[in-house]
Design a protein around this ligand. Sequence first.
Ligand code: CDP
Ligand code: MG
Length: 743
Amino acid sequence: MSHRDRIREQRENLPTFEYKHDLIEAIREYSILVIIGETGSGKTTQIPQYILEEMPEMKRIGVTQPRRIAAITVAKRVSEEQDVRLGSNIGYTIRFDDRTSSTTRLKYMTDGILLREATLDPYLTQYSVVVIDEAHERTLETDVLFGLLKETHKLRPDLKILIMSATLDVAKFSDFFDECPIFAIPGRTYPVQVIYPVDAPRINTLKSAFVDRAVEAAWSIHASEPEGDILVFLTGQNDIERACKAFEEKSRKANYKREIKFYEEVQHAVVYPLHASLETFDQKAVFELPRRGDRKVVFATNVAQTSVTIPGIRYVVDSGFVKEKSYDPNTGMDALLVTEISQAAAIQRAGRAGRTAPGKAFRLYNEDSFNQLLPNTIPEIQRSSLLGTVLSLKKLNIVDVLNFAFIDPPEETLVRNALKQLYLLEAIDEEGKITKLGDQMSYFPLSPALARVLISSAEEYKCSYEAVIIVSMLAGDLDLFRTPRIKDGEEEVNRAETCKLKLAHHTGDHMTYLNVWKEWKRNNKSKKWCKENYINAKVLDIAANVREQLMDVMDKLKLKIVHGPVIKRKLKSSSTGKIRTRRMGENDHGESADPVPILESFLTGYFTNIANKGAHRSVFSHYAPDEHLSTESSNNILSTTLVALHLHPLCSLSNNLDRNNLQFSELDWVMYSNITYTNKAVMKGVSKILWDWVKHGKGQERIKLLPSTRLNGEAQPKIEELDLEAENKIIQKENEKKEQEQL
Ligand code: CDP
Ligand code: MG
């Protein structure tokens, strides 16, 4: 059978195929339609193709995906099925990567991309069909899109809106869109046996052990079960890489000793990671069929739960955990936290084992724990800081954000917090309207705070060249420095430490990032240099890419890229005439960037992310100017209860502290980018600052003004006055009329 025939056969075998005709009919008939079907039934890849094939009158079809990796793999798969080059008729757009052209008819994209497009053009003019896929994932972007699409539907009744979802909670979608019809595609799944191991612990005791246990479980499946691939659900790049290594190690040992007798058809295990930061090349391999005699073992994030389907899976190992964005009202920050999954998620995960044949799902936790999990995953909007969302809404001239058509309205205090933060960042004014600055901020694919930093670095502090580099390096969430494991040997660990100390800047992480960038550039961006200096080359590659994009936005907004002032250190001692060695980050003339304007520009975005040293060594307290906000609720980010904050062990300041025994008085105040939680609250992206910078900053002024603002823009008395005036005029006119009649 030829490759093309095989693809056709695969397509025709999918559950959606039988309903092709009915689906097209339904899409023709209704302008809004909810489509549900089991994961893997062909919704994402097939239904847009049916429209492409059967409805030539439809111009462009836009399909959203909550995850970048899903947008890419799906677009690739579909272009292969259609036998066209990716980026021509079929393409994808994700942040920082646009593979579409003017001829693209089917465009896969992240929901964030469509959201940005909708804020620029509420009519969504370029599309004839918009598909909100994986709607059950309920990402923040998808939720806002729902509200916006409701409006778009009124403006453009001809636009076809499809909501596609796995079989979860769909009545809600239909209710939200005025009881639109639901098209259900019957599933074709096999039974899955759910297994709780005899010694399975409670889920809350698993948090530090689930990686090892998951590897154990996958290994015992491999060693004892017949044919069929294994899918293991973990949480993120780090634990996935660790698990892959551990499994490979086991495999190597077992093969060497030949102590286990494997099933004939699965002699070898081939291990694959699957997470968002993989190179696209590595992503593809996981979807290919294994060689004869091999068994695929895939360690994946939640992306494999409903977004992508890996063929051939018959065994699932469910760790019970997921990494998700959560808002912390104590600090006002979003943090990625490893949390327990919901029952619905556990059921979906188990279901992945029964796609092609009966399967088995192994849970690492016990049945009691399952029963106590939340029934459904909480929508992201109810766990986020909403800052970017609220700004987008403001930009759309939806001033009264509290009354926006949210499918599940977020908690009011969270919306109010977002409004306050935006006001403090000068993105909105006292009346809750978006400012020119806020408008500029909305063009950056960054958090409003980082966007604010870049704008002030160009306009006020004249060091945008440096600020753009540092922001680019903050954009990813990978660690810049590689730390060797203890088992790699003490020498290796020491060497890494020395490299880091050399690159570290005495003010902390921000300037250290700049140093690393400069040295990397000086060494022709070489991978070898990264390796020798224990730098994660991927972070720099990503940063280089992000930097290009940010430069484009700066250019578009006419924000100047300027080099900041420099500090000069004489490289030749005037008294002894001895040549001093060049320090990292310096040029050949001993010049390095002055940290002051750079850090001050960062404070324009992060003046609420500051902490000062506590009574105990190495503990900081979050700065809370609550004296200005005593009337606000306790949930308020600015009147937060004090949390003990710690320096991240990889922070360049912790380094200086340990090595040089720096006194803490020198570290009175620090600014941080975010907080992560391990067993304590740890600051990341930390630099020293002076209180004076904060005191004289605009932020303090605005904090004082906060109580007199009406940030949600609701119930403006001005409008009432206007109405009264209009009414008076009418009465006056009527009186005049009467008078005339009487005359
Ligand atoms: O969206 P839904 O979960 O309903 O299904 P889909 O993503 O359209 O997947 C349909 C089929 O295409 C599945 O059997 C996948 O295994 C297959 N597929 C694939 O082989 N390679 C991809 N990159 C994506 C999907
Ligand atoms: Mg899908």
